[in-house]
Design a protein around this ligand. Structure first.
Ligand SMILES: Cc1cc2nc3c(=O)[nH]c(=O)nc-3n(C[C@H](O)[C@H](O)[C@H](O)COP(=O)(O)OP(=O)(O)OC[C@H]3O[C@@H](n4cnc5c(N)ncnc54)[C@H](O)[C@@H]3O)c2cc1C
Length: 277
């Protein structure tokens, strides 16, 4: 089926894009990589929209270190996340995650900003940015807002982005000396969305654990984190399984996803410790 498009406008800069969205009267949509939006339009899940193409806005591109933080522009493609030297050094979790996202063609077009705004509970980047304690930067009719990742994701494909706002960048603390960051997941085939997955970050202040595909949106697994901070791996696995309320669907039952999350946590901890699981 062909997509139904109400109109298309290429924004030349951020101000232009915000004006176009404001003129869209609630019917305008940001077009970034188009890898999720166009698929939704083809399926008529999103119709009659004015597409505001942000791909040519220079201010949304680039990766830079700013003091003890790394700033990643919203238009950074998944393939650029995979190859960027600053990301590999300061946020290796994001680089590792790209190996698990879809296929090369999608990674060449899809953007990190698009993945965060889309907020698919099965997507890797939303979980990663929460595990890394990132801040999401947005610009819109109410001006600039800096939203902690913990407050950004609110439900299945739901975020605190307001109408007319554009996600401009994310920023995160650069990895401290000795910090470890790992991601583990299980998918039926390479490139498929994960049946279940999780990210674990080990910092001096403690562990941060965020699951993928086992809830409505990324959340910190605080009970499991507390157990892991105390060195109780079995307790962490049990606490994680207790806290989860995963969906059942044609891909996997809730019970299987819950079990899998525990197995993946054991593998992630072995990986953090440099052991094989
Ligand atoms: C076959 C297939 C397999 C895939 N597998 C995976 C996978 O395994 N893991 C995974 O994580 N993802 C997967 N994806 C999704 C892919 O990562 C998308 O590229 C990504 O989710 C959306 O990024 P995009 O730049 O293409 O956004 P778009 O499709 O352009 O936009 C998606 C949504 O976000 C909004 N949006 C985009 N950018 C902004 C912005 N800067 N500010 C405000 N709103 C914005 C759009 O209006 C739209 O509502 C898959 C996609 C396909 C087609």
């Amino acid at each position: 089926m062909k997509a139904s498009v109400g109109g298309y406008a290429r924004a030349v800069d951020l101000r232009h894009a915000l004006d176009l969205l404001a003129q869209g009267d609630g019917m305008a949509r940001v077009l970034a990589g188009g890898q999720s939006l166009v698929a939704a339009m083809n399926m008529r899940l999103s119709t009659g929209d004015l597409l505001v193409d942000i791909n040519h806005i220079a201010a949304l591109k680039g990766v830079a270190r700013e003091g003890d933080r790394l700033r990643i522009g919203a238009l950074t493609r998944h393939a650029e996340v995979a190859s960027d030297a600053l990301i590999a050094q300061h946020a290796p979790l994001l680089r590792k995650a790209t190996d698990l996202i879809a296929h090369a063609a999608i990674r060449n077009r899809g953007t990190i900003g698009g993945a965060l705004a889309h907020a698919d509970p099965a997507a890797e980047f939303p979980a990663c940015v929460l595990a890394l304690d990132a801040t999401i930067h947005v610009n819109g009719p109410d001006g600039v807002r800096d939203i902690p990742a913990a407050d950004f994701f609110t439900g299945v494909f739901e975020t605190t982005l307001r109408e007319g706002e554009i996600l401009t960048a994310l920023s995160l603390p650069v990895a401290e000396e000795g910090e470890r960051q790992v991601i583990h997941e299980l998918a039926r085939r390479s490139g498929d969305y994960a049946l279940a997955g999780l990210c674990v970050v080990r910092r001096k202040a403690g562990h941060r654990i965020v699951c993928i595909s086992v809830g409505t949106h990324p959340e910190l697994a605080t009970a499991a984190m507390d157990k892991l901070d105390g060195g109780d791996v079995a307790g962490a696995v049990a606490a994680l399984r207790d806290a989860l309320d995963p969906p059942s669907d044609t891909q996997a039952s809730a019970a299987y996803r819950r079990h899998l999350a525990g197995v993946l946590l054991e593998r992630a901890i072995a990986d953090l410790n440099g052991e094989s699981a």
